[in-house]
Design a protein around this ligand. Structure first.
Ligand code: NAP
Length: 246
């Protein structure tokens, strides 16, 4: 039976690949993101689109109204929107602590608030039983990310998912986190990644290659399948062996 699938950041990269995977099943997909023109250009059969900054409660209330009118029930919620600040404006200050506050605030808004606001706005609409909530974390949550701000914002999603899994489990809803390693062919690194950095990231894998949006989409699709119905409160790493276990 066709399902209603809401994907944040569904116009590019991993979110777009996930949208195509669900649409290939005949599911009704709703793509969310800030840039309407990017969503409209996304080539996903039958997809609905709605532009909103998901770190803004007012905008998320608008998403909830749109979902109520167009979908009613949400079978799968993929909280994929995020990033390390792209394309937010940099800190407009030379004062070091102001710059720190800016970096941490931008990462918190982009990775934590986007996911928490959307999930809380839609939680009563989740299919019961059978609903699925998925979050996108990162290998950075285990390793750090330089300033720590991006990594910490991704790590914050783990306990949120664990608490949600406990709350929503009695309704027959599972909640899981997918933590990718380096994935290419997305907008995450802006225009281009430094080739030396790319080589270093690929060399860390056991598979000898970068991840693709399709790799992550396939894992999200599997976690949303009936066969994954007893998997909840887990963090699934998809990184070609660059980070082991946990
Ligand atoms: N690529 C990697 O190597 C990698 C590794 C680990 C984890 N991840 C995670 O995977 C997820 C998908 O990233 P990606 O690699 O596919 O990069 P991407 O192409 O840049 O996708 C990020 C998406 O999130 C949307 N977005 C960002 N902030 C938003 C906001 N405030 N409100 C609504 N939408 C917002 C963006 O659209 P708009 O700009 O139009 O809003 C964009 O479509 C992210 O959470 C990222 O942190 C990526």
């Amino acid at each position: 039976m066709a399902r209603n699938v809401v994907i944040s950041g569904g116009g590019t990269g991993i979110g777009l690949a996930a949208a195509r995977a669900f649409a290939a099943d005949g599911d009704q997909v709703l793509l969310l993101g800030r840039r309407a023109e990017v969503l409209e250009k996304a080539d996903v059969p039958g997809a609905l689109t709605h532009a909103a900054d998901l770190s803004d409660p007012h905008a998320v209330r608008g998403v909830a109204q749109f979902v109520a009118a167009e979908l009613g029930t949400v079978d799968v919620l993929v909280n994929n929107a995020g990033g390390a600040g792209n394309p937010e404006a940099g800190a407009d200050t030379d004062e070091p602590l102001e710059a720190v506050a800016h970096t941490w605030t931008v990462n918190f808004r982009q990775n934590v608030l986007t996911a928490a606001l959307l999930t809380e706005a839609l939680r009563e609409r989740l299919a019961s039983p059978g609903g699925r909530v998925l979050f996108l974390s990162s290998i950075a949550a285990y390793r750090g990310s330089g300033s720590g701000a991006y990594a910490a914002s991704k790590a914050a999603l783990h306990p949120y998912a664990f608490d949600l899994a406990r709350d929503l489990g009695p309704r027959g809803i599972t909640v899981n986190v997918v933590a990718p390693g380096y994935v290419e062919d997305t907008d995450f690194f802006g225009e281009a990644i430094d080739p030396a950095r790319r080589d270093r990231l690929v060399a860390e894998t056991s598979t000898g290659r970068a991840g693709t949006p399709g790799d992550i989409a396939a894992t999200l699709h599997w976690l949303a399948s009936p066969g994954a119905g007893h998997i909840t409160a887990q963090v699934i790493q998809v990184n070609g062996g660059a980070e082991r276990g946990h």
